[in-house]
Design a protein around this ligand. Structure first.
Ligand SMILES: Nc1nc2c(ncn2[C@@H]2O[C@H](COP(=O)(O)OP(=O)(O)OP(=O)(O)O)[C@@H](O)[C@H]2O)c(=O)[nH]1
Length: 214
């Protein structure tokens, strides 16, 4: 295990189609703010935020990526070294749900993770505040897809009204912990070779590319 009462740094990458609310989810989680007129992300940007689970502190380094296809070459180099991947869609946008399979494949390829290995993916259906008439993806459909893809963590969120946002990140870390403790039992030596324990303050970190107006 990487915890042992020390602050554990986890890299979380948020993927999904442009406009599903990735930046808003990150900003709601980190700053408890929501921007009704959020601009498209160009490339990637990240923020750090501490989260406490069972008395242990985890620093999440959250990477918000650009969902638009034209920014693919800017975002994919940042997938390597991720500990958790959030596959995000909007519940009022069926095509964004259909595309999470593509996002999963893109992540596995560029993060260089074997297709059949267990990785902590969490599926997030955002914009749960929309009306029943606007909903295009029933919750059951998400749960079925997750079952078929051996993903045990899925949740509907609203960055707008803050529903389940903290829970989504907490659930992701708990999933990571479950897989990590299983891996430690199988191969404790290999898992101790990479020490990601670092102390971080909560701050916005600049990266190669920032948000901008499209
Ligand atoms: N109703 C509703 N709208 C939301 C929610 N989250 C985000 N939005 C809106 O959806 C739009 C896109 O949000 P972003 O966070 O910029 O989407 P993104 O996925 O980061 O988009 P890209 O940067 O292009 O990949 C903005 O107008 C937001 O205000 C939500 O939970 N509910």
């Amino acid at each position: 295990m990487r915890s042992n009462n020390k602050n554990t740094l986890l890299k979380v990458v948020i993927l999904g189609d442009g406009g599903v609310g990735k930046s808003c989810l990150m900003n709601r989680f980190v700053s408890n703010q929501f921007d009704e007129h959020s601009f498209h992300t160009i490339g990637v940007e990240f923020l750090n935020k501490d989260i406490e689970i069972d008395g242990e502190t985890y620093t999440l380094q959250i990477w918000d990526t650009a969902g638009q296809e034209r920014f693919k070459t800017l975002r994919t180099p940042f997938y390597r070294g991720s500990d958790i991947c959030m596959l995000t869609y909007a519940i009022d946008d069926k095509s964004s749900f259909k595309n999470i399979q593509m996002w999963k494949s893109e992540f596995l390829h560029y993060a260089d993770i074997k297709e059949n290995s267990q990785f902590p993916f969490i599926v997030v259906g955002n914009k749960s505040d929309v009306t029943a008439d606007e909903r295009e993806v029933p919750q059951l459909e998400m749960e079925t897809w997750c079952n078929e893809n051996s993903i045990t963590s899925c949740i509907e969120t609203s960055a707008k009204n803050a529903s389940n946002v903290q829970e989504a990140f907490k659930m992701a870390v708990q999933y990571w912990l479950r897989l990590e403790s299983r891996a430690d039992k199988i191969d404790p030596i290999i898992n101790d070779t990479v020490d990601l324990r670092k102390k971080h303050s909560e701050h916005r970190s600049s990266c190669c590319v920032s948000s901008g107006d499209e």
